[in-house]
Design a binder for this molecule. Structure first.
Ligand SMILES: Cc1ncc(C[n+]2csc(CCOP(=O)(O)OP(=O)(O)O)c2C)c(N)n1
Ligand SMILES: [Mg+2]
Length: 190
């Protein structure tokens, strides 16, 4: 399964739900799949995608989707434990697992040498977990996740297939646009 097609699929299933995306190609491909104000691109801050998504899920009743990366979540595995402890019903983490730190040269990550992130999530107390390798199973897993109480943790095995162009997004504008979708616009005279 290619990450871009998988991202297009998740975007279609997400409706209006906020999506937080990992740095680099995960954010670039989300932008190419469909830029929208409720995409929260996390350029630069490796390891914090699902931490930010956890905070959002605890602050709202809306469904929050995190599109994380294997190398990034391995670097901050404590966030999986925090998700397992807090158990937000409205959080779905999807890990694009290409078994490498792709952006820094394609070095094999721990998931390529035996670490099973689904089992990590389970051992952290996350009951609803899946590992999927094709688009059909991803669609079933995400559809089920968004329709039931979470937290949900889906490991999606990805074949790395090169990169699209870097998305022209600025973190400040991402924050501004994203926040404004939660706040009623001011009316004249307010
Ligand atoms: C704290 C920190 N350490 C290292 C980096 C350098 N870096 C950027 S992306 C990346 C790899 C991320 O791996 P993964 O989450 O699996 O995403 P992939 O590149 O495979 O899409 C690294 C090591 C960084 N941006 N921040
Ligand atoms: Mg990776």
């Amino acid at each position: 399964m290619r990450r871009f097609e998988a991202t297009q699929l998740v975007l279609r299933l997400a409706g209006d739900s906020p999506i937080v995306s990992n740095l680099g190609p995960s954010s670039d491909e989300l932008w190419h799949a469909g830029h929208r104000d409720r995409n929260f691109y996390t350029y630069g801050n490796m390891g914090l995608c699902s931490s930010i998504a956890l905070g959002m899920a605890m602050a709202t009743d809306e469904q929050i989707i995190s599109l994380d990366g294997d190398g990034s979540i391995l670097m901050n595995m404590g966030t999986v434990a925090s998700i397992g402890r807090e158990k937000p019903k409205n959080l779905t983490v999807i890990v694009w697992d290409n078994e490498q730190w792709g952006q820094t040269g394609g070095q094999t990550s721990h998931t390529g040498t035996g670490t099973d992130l689904e089992q990590v999530a389970r051992s952290c107390g996350i009951a609803r977990t899946k590992t999927v390798t094709d688009l059909e199973d991803l669609e079933a897993a995400v559809t089920e996740a968004l329709a039931s109480d979470g937290p949900n943790f889906i490991v999606a095995k990805i074949e790395e297939a090169g990169y699209l162009s870097v998305a022209p997004v600025e973190p400040e504008f991402t924050l501004y646009r994203f926040r404004n979708t939660f706040v009623a616009p001011r009316q004249p005279g307010d």
